[in-house]
Design a binder for this molecule. Structure first.
Ligand code: IPM
Ligand code: MN
Length: 376
């Protein structure tokens, strides 16, 4: 028996997870229980707590979680899913489906994944903290003289960047395994490490070094190719040569930024899914946030949530995922002809002029269209 936990969270998270739920029901997976749990504002109203015991128990009891979005009150739940459960790798596929057009001229075949280290880097601030820069003097990290000279005694803050061997190693191993797995299905077998080791010699230098030493065996025994770029030139490369990448391994903050760039290469944030894996309770979520400006209007694009559901089903090895994949591929083909198909396309998948004339589909319509394709 497999258990899948659905948590809408806040804002459009609730709407898009509802859409994913309808799809999930349509797939009628064998031996599977679907559990709904609550986080954020709704949970606070129902249970008097934004991250109630019930939700934590549901997460701990499930084989995978599909999470919608957090505005601010659901952030505790998100932190638990990521840091609490030790889901150390954030996988963000960037794939140009047939029917979609990249904003980059003449590209046809973009299909890479970004593996973002998920617990450290500059975002370890969540665990370690930020502080007043003056404190660095107090703790003896910065000399009073240097403080005066470099910071002109001005008020300011610092944040902590943490890179450990342990974390770098396990995420690099996962990236090597993924590269090999993809190579075996026809991908180039190229792993690209992203860092800024020319400036952050110690932290980023360590990440790069550990990744290379982990990759050694894979290079030798499995002929995977490994290269590395500083994050700034990598941003340029993704625009210039988007078709050449296969697996990109990046330090947390770089992966965060490059994955938004990647999403825009292939159709936008409205269709960008992700998987946070590493523990026995991996969770899957659309990369977009709660979009308060359109929340509650029923016009959110559910595709990122549906593609995240697809990743979840792949992870749990459900063969029904093929049905869903076929339906999604069919669905995207329609984007190429908005004049004919706008009635089943969300606002962000029709041209601007259509949006201005209110010619687009609501979330429910999009969902029904995909369900029809699953039935076909
Ligand atoms: C994302 C988001 C989050 C992140 C924020 C909301 C913490 O930007 O999932 O990419 O940076 O991980
Ligand atoms: Mn982000």
């Amino acid at each position: 028996m497999k258990k899948i936990c659905l948590i809408g969270g806040e804002g459009i998270g609730i709407e898009v997870i509802d859409s994913a739920y309808q799809i999930l029901r349509e797939l009628s997976l064998p031996n599977t229980e679907i559990i709904e749990a609550f986080a954020g504002e709704i949970a606070e109203k129902e249970f008097g707590n934004a991250f109630p015991q019930e939700t934590r128990a549901a997460i701990d009891d499930s084989n995978a979680i599909l999470f919608g979005a957090t505005e601010n009150k659901a952030v505790g739940t998100l932190m638990y899913l990521r840091f609490g459960l030790d889901n150390f790798a954030n996988i963000r596929p960037v794939k140009l489906y047939k029917g979609l057009r990249s904003p980059i001229k003449d590209v046809k075949n973009i299909d890479f994944i970004i593996i973002r280290e998920n617990l450290e880097g500059l975002y370890s601030v969540i665990k370690i903290g930020e502080g007043n820069i003056k404190k660095l003097v107090k703790h003896g990290i910065l000399r009073e003289d240097d403080y005066a000279e470099f910071f002109h005694q001005s008020k300011g803050y610092y944040a902590t960047k943490i890179i450990t061997e342990y974390e770098s190693k396990r995420v690099a191993k996962l990236a090597c395994e993924k590269t090999l797995e993809r190579k075996n299905t026809g991908f180039p077998g190229r792993l690209t490490i992203v860092h800024k080791a020319n400036v952050m010699l110690l932290t980023d230098g360590l990440f790069k070094k550990v990744a290379y030493s982990m990759a050694k065996d894979y290079i030798k025994n499995h002929k995977i190719k490994v290269d590395n770029y500083h994050v700034d030139i990598m941003a340029a490369n993704l625009i210039r040569y988007p078709e050449t990448y296969d697996v990109i391994l990046a330090i947390n903050e770089y992966g965060d930024i490059l994955s938004d760039l990647g999403a825009e290469l292939v159709g936008g944030m409205g269709i960008a899914p992700s998987a946070c894996i590493g523990s026995d309770h991996p969770y899957f979520e659309p990369v977009h946030g709660s979009a308060p400006d359109i929340a509650g209007k029923g016009i959110a694009n559910p595709l990122a949530a549906i593609l995240s559901l697809k990743m979840l089903l792949e992870y749990l090895k459900f063969k029904e995922v093929k049905l869903l994949e076929g339906a999604i591929e069919e669905y995207f083909l329609q984007v190429a002809d908005p004049a004919k198909n706008w009635k089943c396309l969300p606002p962000d998948l029709v041209p601007k002029i259509y949006r201005e004339q209110n010619k687009f589909a609501k979330t429910e319509k999009v969902t029904q269209n995909i369900i029809e394709k699953i039935k076909e």
